[in-house]
Design a protein around this ligand. Structure first.
Ligand SMILES: [Cu+2]
Length: 235
């Protein structure tokens, strides 16, 4: 029902996240309305009027017990409803042979693939309908790997390797912003994830992931004799 205001979901586990998100949103939304309507009604009913005197009270024990227990029960229920999704999505990585390594730094995503040293700056290429295991590291401060359309957000913490995953159901180009304030260039720290059809991906991998692929995929003729100095380089 609230789907129109979220970015399109293209992830296999996105629906589960959205369902929980909306459930929590409705619960907190209803609480918000209830509290504010009550407050406004009380402001009007108990406003100051001529001849009215203040009455002191120690409160109502049954009421206090009720408004303590009801939210506690709601929170416990929400916890039990979230645990299966948390366990399935965050605690377990499905079997896969597709790994990507991401090292965050101020203020870029450095993406590498097994078998080659080439670093792709702020861009990742993956095939559609395939479980992608991402290994997240940071070389300086805490960043956050966030892909709204994948319903995936994971802090990237220096000194740790955090392994997460996603499986995308629709080819396209998806934004990968950093979602953790990480310094003065934080707002410009973003990359793109290109999700390809299997054929397109195979083509891209053949051109870019072979051991002898030239840096920044230039003409096939000029191997990688020696690393070039500045200029050229990454886009
Ligand atoms: Cu960052």
């Amino acid at each position: 029902m609230l789907d129109w205001w979220l970015p399109e979901n293209v992830s296999t586990y996105g629906q589960e996240i959205d369902w929980l998100f909306h459930l929590i949103y409705y619960v907190t939304g209803a609480t918000f309305v209830l509290v504010f309507v009550t407050m406004l009604v009380f402001i009007v009913i108990y406003r100051d009027r001529p001849g009215r005197t203040a009455r002191y009270t120690h409160g109502s024990t049954p009421l206090e017990i009720a408004w303590t227990i009801v939210p506690a029960v709601i929170l416990v229920i929400l916890t039990f409803l979230s645990v299966p999704a948390w366990s399935r999505i965050k605690m377990h990585v499905p079997p896969t042979d597709f790994d990507v390594f991401v090292t965050a730094k101020q203020f870029n995503w450095q993406v590498t693939y097994p078998g080659t040293d080439q670093v792709f700056l702020d861009e990742m290429h993956v095939p559609v309908n395939r479980v992608v295991r991402v290994h997240l590291r940071s070389q300086d401060v805490i960043h956050s790997f966030f892909v709204p359309q994948f319903r995936m957000k994971q802090d990237v913490v220096p000194g740790r390797e955090i392994v997460q995953w996603f499986e995308v159901t629709k080819p396209g180009k998806y934004e990968l912003p950093c979602a953790e304030l990480c310094g003065f260039g934080h707002s410009g720290m973003r990359g793109w994830i290109y999700v390809h059809t299997p054929d397109e991906y195979a083509k891209w991998a053949a051109e870019n992931l072979t051991a002898q692929a030239a840096p920044a995929a230039t003409t096939p003729g000029e191997k990688t004799a020696e690393p070039k100095k500045e200029g050229k380089g990454k886009k």
